[in-house]
Design a protein around this ligand. Structure first.
Ligand code: HPA
Ligand code: ZN
Length: 332
């Protein structure tokens, strides 16, 4: 088996994917039409041309605009179902998906509509495709602490359907410390905790995510390498980083995939995983991300297996199920 065949054969867990970021232009057009909502594009080609990002904010502006056509429960179902079909193609057998409730509730879409559509797709993915999943809701960090508290309150009736709480959107200028109190409340309510940190923001934000939000995983975290003490802490705590290589390239966190630090992080003992972030916008799903780093960094078969094992170890599934996937990986 060569490396590409191994990538395809490996069972994998995805731990960093924004469901709104899986919105393919074809589906966006279809839903816009049936909901009679105008979008500022003439064609699918037109949409792809607009995906000309040079940093996180220029991406987010387009990403939030695309989400505007999502109104009904069926829209959220269709969005998530299309993503699950991609998971099946890439042998992603478990996924922990982010959703951004505020992107929808701020447009008048009820929280219940969002969660019910996503949950129904998750249930169908388990029965029809054998793919397990969890939902993680993210607070938009460019909005206020008070708005995050309101969102947390809206989520409480759906506690059993939401495994964790995360933090996303514009990082610089919105440090984790801004949300320390709301994350404390989320932990009290029994949610697991993740946060985007160290994507565009400095290593200091990763420290805050660890010490103030008390995260179970760091999303991105690639800038941790700038701080030797932080690197020690990540290794010592076996703290997972959910790294997103194609996202980092597209948003110019790295200039060239050959400069990506995922292999160095792995070699230094950091618990890194591979993920797609916003695959419709960044040029690829799980296997595309694996292939891109393998080609640029010449990853060995053992390193590829380790990345897949890490994805299960860092996931929020039971230790028995983790172990059974890891055993399958080791047997490849
Ligand atoms: N970073 C921050 N917020 C986001 C991202 C990201 O990569 N994707 C969607 N929202
Ligand atoms: Zn992300």
């Amino acid at each position: 088996m060569n490396q590409i065949e191994l990538i395809k054969a490996l069972p994998k867990a995805e731990l960093h994917v924004h469901i709104e970021g899986t919105f393919e232009p074809e589906l966006m057009f279809e839903i816009a039409q049936r909901n009679k909502i105008d979008i500022p594009y003439q064609s699918v080609e037109d949409v792809r041309q607009a995906y000309d990002f040079h940093n996180l904010q220029s991406f987010l502006d387009i990403y939030y605009a695309g989400a505007n056509v999502l109104v009904y429960e069926q829209d959220f179902y269709d969005l998530a179902w299309a993503y699950f079909e991609k998971c099946a193609e890439d042998h992603v057998v478990h996924t922990e998906m982010f959703f951004d409730p505020q992107t929808h509730t701020d447009r008048g879409v009820p929280f219940a509509t969002v969660i019910q559509g996503l949950k129904r797709a998750c249930d169908d993915a388990q029965t029809k495709l054998g793919i397990s999943s969890h939902l993680i809701m993210c607070f938009l960090r460019h909005l206020s602490e008070e708005a995050a508290f309101q969102t947390l309150a809206q989520a409480l009736p759906y506690k059993n359907d939401i495994i964790g709480v995360g933090l996303d959107s514009s990082e610089v200028g919105h440090p984790p410390s801004k949300f320390e109190r709301v994350f404390a409340k989320a932990r009290e309510e029994g949610f697991l905790i993740v946060a985007h940190a160290g994507e565009e923001g400095p290593a200091e934000y990763v420290w805050e995510a660890l010490d103030l939000l008390k995260v179970n995983r760091i999303d991105h975290g690639v800038r941790s390498e700038e701080d030797a003490q932080l690197m020690q802490r990540l290794v010592q705590d076996k703290m997972p980083l959910t790294v997103c290589p194609l996202s980092n390239l597209k948003l110019r966190v790295v200039d060239d995939m050959a400069d990506h630090n995922i292999r160095r992080l792995l070699q230094q003992g950091v618990h890194v995983t591979v993920n797609s972030d916003d695959p419709s916008y960044f040029g690829g799903y799980m296997n595309d991300n694996f292939i891109a780093i393998t080609e640029a960094l010449d990853l060995s078969e053992d390193e590829l297996k380790q990345l897949a094992i890490n994805s299960f170890e860092a996931s929020f599934i039971s230790s028995e199920i983790k172990q059974s996937w890891i055993t399958k990986i080791q047997a490849l």
